[in-house]
Design a protein around this ligand. Sequence first.
Ligand code: ADP
Ligand code: MG
Length: 362
Amino acid sequence: MASVRLQNVTRRFSRDVYALKDVSFEIRDREVVTVLGPSGCGKSTLLRLIAGLDRPSAGEIWIGDRQVNNVPPQSRDVAMVFQSYALYPHMNCYENLALNLVLRKTPREEIDRRVQDTAQLLDIGELLDKKPRELSGGQRQRVAVGRALIRNPKVFLFDEPLSNLDAILREKVRHELKELFARIKATVIYVTHDQVEATTLADRTILLNRGMVQQIGSPEVLYQSPKNLFVASFIGSPSMNFFDTSLEAGSFRLGPQVIPTGLARSGPARIGIRPEAIKIGEGIPATVVMVENLGARFLINAKVGANSIMVLSENRPHSDSIKLSFHPKDIHVFETTTGENLRNSSVGDSGPSQPENSSVTA
Ligand code: ADP
Ligand code: MG
C-alpha cells in the first residue's frame, strides 16, 4: 500500500476556469479518506489527477515515495471505481473481473484463482457468468468494486460509487464497503457529495468547495470546529442557523437577551448555532411558526424578533410561545465578509477553546 500526497496542485481548464486551486494534503498509508463537496467542486478532477487520467496544470502528486506527475495511469498502481461502474456490457462478470489481469498477461490459473477469491470476498460467485445488463444496480456496483480489488493496487479511488443506487440499497452497500475497507486495509480515497457517506466511511474528510480545500479533519472536528461559514453550513443536518449581528465587546443581542461569545471583539459578525444545540424550556422568548415531524424528532421553525431559527427537539412544543436556550460553547462566530471562524486561532484537532459560562437563559 502507499501514502498519497498532493502539493499545491492546480488544474485549470481555461484562462480562468479552475477545477482545483492550490490543493495540498497527505493521505497516510492504509488511511481511508473521503473527499466531500458539492457538485462541480472538483472531486472527480482530483481523482482523475491521482489516477493519471488527467494532468495537473501545476503542483506535484506523490504516491508513496514516487513523484508520479509523468507516470502513465497503468504504471501508477491505483484502481478507480467510477460512478457509472464502467463495466463492459458484452463481457460477463468473470471476463470483466479478469480483463485487467488478462491484459497484463497474468497466467490463466492465477487469474482464475484471483477471480474466485474476489468473487468470494464480495459474494458475487453466482453472478460470474452473467452479463452486466442481467444484474441489479447493487450487483453491478459490486462487480465494479471487484474489478478494482482484483488488481490489488496500492491505492483505491472511488468516485461517488453509491450515487446510482436507491436510498435503502445505498445504506446497505455503504455498510458493506466500510467492512470491506477494514478487511482489505488499503489506502482509500472516496469521493462523495453526501455528508453521511463522507463522515461514516472515513477517519478523515477533505472538504472541497470551488476547487479549494476548505478543511481537513475527522468528522468530529468538521462538525464541532468548522473553519469557515462554508464548512459550518455544509456539515450537519439540518443546517446550522445563521444570523447577522453586531458584537459589542464580544456580546450580541438576541431578542431581549445580551449573550456573551467570549471573544474580545466589536463590530459585524455572523452567529451560527446548530438546531440540535438549542433547548426548549427556559430562556429567550420565541414564537413557533412551523413544526415538522421527522419521525424520531421534531424540526421547529421559531421566530425570535426578526430572526428565524430552526430547533431540533425530541418533543413537539406544547404552545406557540416557547423559550429557547443554548450553551455558550455551541455559539459559533464568523467574520461576515471572509466567512472565517473567529475562534480560528484555536481551531485545530483539539477543538476550539470556549467561554466557560453556564447555559444562556433569561
Ligand atoms: P465534481 O466531481 O466535484 O462534481 P468535477 O471535478 O467534475 O466536479 O468538475 C469541477 C469543475 O471543473 C466543474 O466546474 C467542471 O465544469 C469543470 N470541468 C471538469 N472537467 C472539465 C473539462 N474537461 N473541461 C472544462 N471544464 C471541466
Ligand atoms: Mg464528479
